[in-house]
Design a protein around this ligand. Structure first.
Ligand SMILES: C[S@@+](CC[C@H](N)C(=O)[O-])C[C@H]1O[C@@H](n2cnc3c(N)ncnc32)[C@H](O)[C@@H]1O
Length: 224
């Protein structure tokens, strides 16, 4: 089983500290929802986000949506051979039940994520619980190989790293779920190998789908 983790993802409810800022108040009124019950989204809350810590890494739920669509649409996931986790910047884990598909429509995805983050269900298609990357990866998943994808890693290719992942018993692949910046010191200690698959910074969904595709090919050749 491949464990796919989108780490430090830019998916969170509007933090209380900016809940009364004008950009947030007008958006929450427009949506008819409480200010701290809507997703932080730079498209709407840019002016309110400037004072937030690590602002450049936050408020991009659309990136998380696209990355999740990329991995949950793959044959590996559809066959139940991959689990998907979203670990968020503020330290929550959203765990998708095996083979769960997420809405392709962004507005429906947003509604699902807001409900999950407000209610934090302990069972169902999406469960939510507190968790740092250390707690998620080392304590819960306990993988025998953790590959972190980062433009700061050792240069390789998806095709080169995939056989190692495919032949591990319980591997974990970590991709950053944020728009800018790099993995924090909470992520790096859980990573066994930090690799880059291209000298250029790529979008998370491109990296994720390329790595998963190469893992699928490697698994097939191991089984032949
Ligand atoms: C949009 S990037 C984050 C920005 C970051 N400055 C960067 O260049 O990687 C989102 C994630 O995609 C992955 N990623 C982006 N470019 C990559 C590359 N060339 N090789 C491996 N992973 C990459 C990393 O996991 C990264 O955290």
């Amino acid at each position: 089983m491949l464990n796919f983790v989108l780490a430090e993802s830019a998916l969170e409810l509007v933090p209380r500290e900016i809940g009364s800022r004008p950009a947030v108040v007008s958006d929450s009124k427009r949506r008819g929802a409480g200010a701290t019950e809507i997703l932080l989204d730079r498209s709407f809350h840019h002016a309110a986000m400037s004072k937030l810590k690590d602002s450049e890494k936050r408020g991009r739920p659309d990136l998380v949506h696209v990355a999740l669509l990329s991995v949950t649409g793959t044959p590996l996931y559809l066959d139940g051979k991959m689990r998907a986790f979203v670990q968020t910047y503020p330290g929550l884990v959203l765990e998708l039940a095996e083979k769960t598909r997420i809405p392709k429509n962004y507005l429906r995805f947003r509604g699902l994520m807001e409900k999950a983050l407000v209610e934090r269900p302990g069972e169902g298609l999406v469960t939510v619980y507190p968790g740092t990357m250390g707690e998620l990866v080392r304590k819960k998943l306990a993988p025998d190989l953790v590959v972190g994808l980062s433009v700061q890693g050792r240069q390789t290719t998806a095709a080169e790293i995939a056989p190692r992942i495919a032949s591990a018993r319980n591997p974990c692949v970590i991709v950053g779920g944020f728009p800018h910046g790099h993995f924090s010191k909470d992520v790096l200690p859980v990573v066994d190998e930090l690799v880059r698959i291209d000298p250029r910074p790529l979008e998370a969904h491109v990296v994720a789908s390329r790595v998963v595709y190469e893992v699928e090919k490697s698994r097939r050749s191991l089984n032949d």
